[in-house]
Design a binder for this molecule. Structure first.
Ligand SMILES: [Fe+2]
Length: 315
């Protein structure tokens, strides 16, 4: 039986008592229940072959090769390289393109349901990812605000929105990864609810209000940007935010329906530099094949009930 302990910060847990190299589907399903309850999980110091990592990511949903096809791992399109390494001027992976608050692949339909990473190389000094809990940000909103936003639809496309004015500050500092000409031609607009009900837990979250949300259907641009900026600031309050710094071998997963995140900027380096960083990232959509059809809409009450008899909390 797997166990967990809370991570420091507003949310997220470390799954313990599991070896991902040998874990059974039953153990992985326990881990997934905890994933859906806590939105951010890490499993430290795992020793995974490429094939086993690939297999585990498929337990979270349907692998979806990333839009940035020039930064996928050669021969393994499901893996997007995240790295600050430049070799002979060639970029190994996504460099600064994740350093603004965003939700992975909210600019496509279907959007990502989860992101998985495996830490291959940790840079000297570390390189944490910051996360915001958008379930907990939605819950305390005034009823008047909930009535205003509950049925709104946002327009998304690739790239960080400009936020419209200087008060955006650090929200507008970094831009998404530069696209190739062909990728630019393939950018499309998609539409997602501003308040999204999670397909597993049924909880409502502020969905992807930062980054790729570039408008609200039926709203003038300035008013839409004002509301989205206000909701983004709300999600980034200290009560809802945490961060995690990966050690080599750490596996992490985050729920993309209910979180925002951003990476830490790093210097560009050569492959042998101590500040070099490599993460293997996989995007998935849909739901885990480990859940039966009847379990897909578990609901929060069911998850909470399971906690009394399910995996134990160790600290
Ligand atoms: Fe990301």
């Amino acid at each position: 039986m797997v166990a967990f302990k809370s991570l420091p910060g507003a949310f997220g847990i470390e799954i313990t008592d599991i070896d991902l190299a040998t874990a059974s589907d039953a153990e992985l399903k326990e881990m997934l229940v905890y994933f859906h309850r806590h939105q951010l999980i890490v499993v430290r110091r795992q020793d995974l072959s490429f094939e086993r990592y690939d297999e585990i990511t498929k337990k979270f949903g349907n692998q979806h090769p990333h839009f940035l096809d020039h930064l996928r791992m050669r021969g393994h399109p499901a893996i997007l390289m995240l790295s600050n390494i430049y070799e002979d001027g060639r970029q190994l992976g996504v460099y600064e393109g994740a350093c603004f608050w965003h939700t992975d692949v909210a600019y496509q339909d279907p959007p990502n349901s989860a992101t998985l990473v495996y830490s291959i190389q940790k840079p000297a000094g570390g390189c944490p990812t910051a996360f915001a809990d958008c379930f907990s940000a939605y819950d305390p909103l005034p009823e008047k605000t909930k009535r205003l936003i509950d049925d709104l639809t946002c327009m998304h496309h690739y790239g960080n929105r400009d936020y419209g004015d200087e008060s955006a500050g650090e929200l507008a500092t970094y831009q998404a990864e530069k696209l190739t000409d062909e990728q630019t031609r393939n950018v499309t607009k998609v539409y997602h609810p501003l308040v999204k009900r999670h397909p597993i837990t049924g909880r409502k979250a502020l969905y992807s209000v930062a980054g790729t949300a570039h408008g609200i259907v039926g709203w003038p641009k300035d008013e839409a940007y004002g509301l989205l900026r206000e909701l983004t600031r709300h999600c980034l309050k200290e009560d809802f935010v945490t961060s995690y710094d990966y050690e080599e071998g750490d596996f992490a997963a985050w729920d993309t329906f209910s979180t925002l995140h951003r990476a830490t900027p790093m210097p560009k380096v050569e492959p042998d530099d101590p500040k070099a960083r490599i993460l293997w990232r996989v995007s998935v959509n849909g739901v885990s094949p480990l859940f039966s059809k009847e379990e897909i809409y578990l609901g929060k009450e069911r998850l909470d009930a399971d906690e009394s008899e399910g995996p134990r909390k160790t600290a």
